[in-house]
Design a protein around this ligand. Sequence first.
Ligand SMILES: [Zn+2]
Length: 69
Amino acid sequence: MYPLGETPACVCGSSKMEMRCTGKSVMNTGRYYLKCPVNGKHLESFKWYDEYRGEVLRMPTALNSDKGE
Ligand SMILES: [Zn+2]
């Protein structure tokens, strides 16, 4: 499973963001990131997972408690 269990909803409202892992690249080996589920090119359509989790840890009240799905 993913480290956090679930991903946040994309800001465009389409669905939850997809979590992917980078391939073996020079700069970011196996780093997780979140992307827009419909591949949108909008603000916040991409974010590094560790940075996202850092935001959640700093602002726990900002985490949507929606348990739907
Ligand atoms: Zn989106």
